[in-house]
Write a protein that binds this ligand. Structure first.
Ligand code: PLP
Length: 429
């Protein structure tokens, strides 16, 4: 009997009774939040199912092609499913789009021409885009092709400035980029409603400006997507939310027929476009991952809220706070000292299904001015929809935590991280 009670299975994984009780107590206060998350996930699940059925996904769609990949029915069907889910005219979803940055670079490079200007509506974009744009000089950047860049800075409280957005638009502004998730910044992530207001502001100046949304980490978090509020393109990575933890590689770009056609000629070659690009053996995981995406995203959201609420209770900073509305799956927790940040990451690593016996070590990562510690024990390398955490070893010692492809595992990872801090005397309880 004893073996089958919850306490003893946690105990066998190194969680003591006191920590278990504290965590159960925190969770009992989150029931309403979790119910709302389940409802959003239910809504999105049916929205996805609808797209599958409408496009008649059948068994033959799961077979891949090789070589040029002509007449790849599965690939073409998957792209229709994505387009339908996003309420977009068209979509490209491919294993040849290697990551989120690649997808964003493709969307930009294919829709901008020399002499055009790109404008970021919400301050500085994600780190890796700095080299794509040429904010940091880089070979092959948009800047090398004579495409200039402008930026609408945020208000002091991190919210979008509609005034700055209007002022940053000129005659050459061709495309406006809007980043939904804060990424590794400290501004709030944007709700889809706020994205709609930004788009409305841009279009009120000139209707033909292309509005692109970097949708990374935002898919399935709300019932609507940026394409429901006027975005011309949405872009994301399949090793985040829409891959459901199953897709092994890939990116997507959904949007208007014209924008997506432009992307297709840059993705392969002028004249070839979307007709080439074999799906190889990637389709079963891409289809199933998209199908699982809403419940997997819900697991990650619950994990984020649980982590925020638990660590707040013991005096650590959380951003967003446990009680705040969510617009993406990233949770920042501020530890104030290096030992605690390291202990948190060690706890996350030791909770992983893969590589749990390794301890993460701070290292000098290219492009960073301080050491960075990363914890991930994932089935798919670099996947950040799976339970993972990372943080730079500098003030204020913040861990960026995300993922958890099942809620029980996300929950366990956070409890294990908390237990690690307790064991090291870094939390008193
Ligand atoms: C992850 C991410 C990217 C880049 O994605 P990669 O797959 O790591 O290249 C871009 N923007 C945001 C907001 C992201 O979170």
């Amino acid at each position: 009997m004893a073996f089958t009670d919850m306490q003893s299975i946690y105990s066998s994984l190194g969680i003591n009774a006191r920590v278990f009780d504290i965590c159960e107590d925190v969770l009992s206060g989150l029931e309403d939040r979790f119910k709302a998350i389940d409802e959003t996930s239910e809504f999105c699940q049916l929205r996805v199912l609808n797209a599958f059925q409408k496009n008649n996904v059948n068994e033959s769609c799961l077979l891949g092609t090789t070589g040029y990949g002509y007449n790849d029915i599965g690939r073409d069907t998957l792209e229709k499913v994505y387009a339908d889910y996003f309420h977009a005219e068209d979509c490209l979803v491919r294993p040849q789009i290697t990551c989120g940055t690649h997808a964003l670079a493709l969307a930009l490079m294919s829709n901008l021409r020399p002499g055009d200007e790109l404008m970021s509506a919400v301050g500085k974009p994600y780190d890796t885009l700095e080299e794509v744009i040429g904010i940091r000089p880089s070979k092959g950047s948009l800047a090398e092709y004579g495409i200039t860049y402008a930026q609408a800075d945020l208000n002091d409280d991190g919210t979008p400035s509609y005034e700055n957005i209007k002022n940053a638009i000129n005659d050459r502004t061709k495309l406006v980029t809007i980043q939904r998730s804060k990424g590794y910044q400290t501004r709030p992530s944007l709700s889809v409603e706020t994205i709609g207001r930004i788009i409305e502001t841009v279009k009120s100046v000139r209707k033909d400006i292309i509005c692109m949304v970097d949708n990374c980490y935002g898919e399935f978090v709300e019932r609507i997507e940026p394409t429901d509020v006027g975005a011309d393109m949405v872009v994301g990575s399949l090793i985040k939310n829409p891959g459901g933890g199953l897709a092994q590689v890939g990116g997507y770009i959904a949007g208007t027929s014209e924008c997506i056609e432009n992307v297709s000629y840059r993705l392969t070659a002028p004249g070839l476009g979307r007709e080439v690009g074999p799906s190889l053996e990637a389709l079963p995981r891409m289809f199933q991952g998209f199908f699982m995406g809403p419940v997997v995203t819900a697991s990650a959201l619950k994990s984020a809220i649980f982590a925020a609420t638990l660590f707040e209770k013991y005096g650590f900073g959380s951003f967003p706070a446990g009680s705040e509305d969510r617009h993406d799956i990233i949770q920042a927790i501020t530890f104030g000292k290096p030992e605690s940040l390291i202990a948190f990451c060690e706890g996350i690593q030791s909770a992983a299904p893969v590589d749990s016996s390794y301890a993460p070590e701070p290292w000098d990562m290219p492009g960073y001015d301080s050491k960075v510690i990363m914890a991930a024990g994932a089935f798919v390398s670099g996947s950040s929809i799976e339970l993972s955490a990372d943080g730079p070893l500098r003030e204020p010692y913040t861990a960026y935590f995300q993922g958890g492809i099942s809620w029980p595992h996300g929950k366990f990872g956070i409890i294990k991280a908390f237990q690690t801090l307790v064991d090291k005397g870094l939390v008193l309880c």
